[in-house]
Design a protein around this ligand. Structure first.
Ligand code: FAD
Length: 316
């Protein structure tokens, strides 16, 4: 299970990579090649997102199966439950179980675009599960302690609930229902994150916190993702990046420096000892950050992942 690997790792900090299921066969093959290469970086685990039922969720299960049983990676499957039938959940859990996967990130998922709200402004949900905590309880009921269960958390509040203290109370409910570890939404405001971690401790939340790290690759995607996730961008980031927004090469270089600095501050603060990278199915920026942090061992360069090959844009 991923928590055992995390706790026994002989490193100053551990790390993990998130991937999403590509839409095409070629995309899936490319992803396997990338995962095979990133395996040599020795992540504690990799996780695969889930896209609200249907074909794409089946692909998530297939990727988890291959990663766990063929590539030998400790794997975590995301699962969402809102507007989802119990049959779909049962099938996905059974397939994960049979493939040897022992980790699930249990999520509610985003409501459909046409979701209705009741008189109290609460979303009307269809199906068995209203919140992530309902899925957690269900997994516990069906599989006992087989799965190590992760939950999502929002250091700057959730788009549907900006009262951060209330969101922490809901997080506590998820941990009390059986959540074992916490993976956070991406963020760039480290001071706010550190304060939030202290608040969790004060509320009695002791589960390990894996901060979500989103590398910066282009200015447009950096701005767009921060807007989608409704997170703050510190002025210092804008001052450094904005003047170079038309130069992708420079943005990646500066972005890596900013994120490396941010990760160092996080690790130095002592509130976390793990970094969870949203790879967006790309490897260069994440590897560069890990190299700058000194978390990638020198042998990495002997596995075909030479500095020049990984980071061609860094050389000039
Ligand atoms: P919950 O914890 O159930 O919370 C949902 C909302 O309900 C929040 O506003 C919360 O404040 C509120 N709430 C919770 N409990 C209560 C209560 N008892 N009473 C009243 N209100 C309550 N989405 C995908 O579709 N696929 C993915 O693979 C995926 N991966 C993700 C990974 C991470 C690390 C994160 C942070 C998010 C991910 N998401 C994914 C997005 C996620 O599904 C959405 O953010 C979703 O809106 C909330 O999911 P949750 O599990 O946090 O829900």
């Amino acid at each position: 299970k991923l928590l055992q690997a995390h706790e026994t790792a002989d490193l100053p900090a551990t790390f993990s990579f998130e991937f999403f299921p590509p839409k095409t066969e070629q995309g899936i093959q490319n992803l396997y090649d990338r995962m095979d290469r990133m395996y040599h970086l020795n992540p504690t685990f990799i996780d695969v997102t889930w896209n609200a039922g249907g074909r794409v969720s089946k692909i998530s299960n297939d990727i988890v199966n291959t990663c766990q049983s063929v590539l030998g990676l400790e794997t975590c499957l995301h699962m969402t439950c809102t507007n989802m039938s119990v049959e779909i959940i049962d099938t996905a859990l059974r397939e994960a179980y049979e493939s040897g996967c022992q980790n699930i990130l249990a999520l509610r998922g985003d409501p459909p675009l046409d979701a209705q709200v009741d008189a109290n402004g609460q979303l009307i949900h269809k199906g068995e599960f209203q919140y992530a905590k309902d899925l957690i309880s269900y997994i516990k009921k069906q599989y006992g302690d087989h799965f190590c269960i992760g939950v999502a958390a929002y250091p700057e509040g959730h788009p549907e609930e900006d009262n951060c203290d209330r969101v922490i109370d809901y997080l506590k409910e998820k941990i009390d229902a059986g959540g074992d570890f916490i993976v956070t939404q991406m963020f760039y405001d480290v001071d706010n994150f550190i304060e939030w971690c202290h608040k969790l401790k004060a509320k009695g939340i002791e589960a390990p916190i894996f901060p979500g790290i989103m590398p910066i690759t282009t200015y447009a995607s950096f701005m767009r993702r921060a807007k989608w996730s409704e997170i703050k961008i510190p002025q210092g980031f804008l001052d450094i990046l904005e003047p170079h927004k038309e130069d992708d090469f420079k943005i990646r270089e500066l972005g890596c420096e900013l994120i490396t600095k941010m990760c160092k501050k996080l690790l130095d603060s002592g509130v976390v000892n793990h970094l969870h990278f949203y790879t967006m199915n790309l490897e260069k920026a994440t590897i560069m950050i890990l190299q700058q942090l000194g978390l990638v061992t020198p042998e990495v360069n002997d596995t075909g992942l030479t500095g020049g090959e990984i980071l061609p844009w860094r050389k000039s």
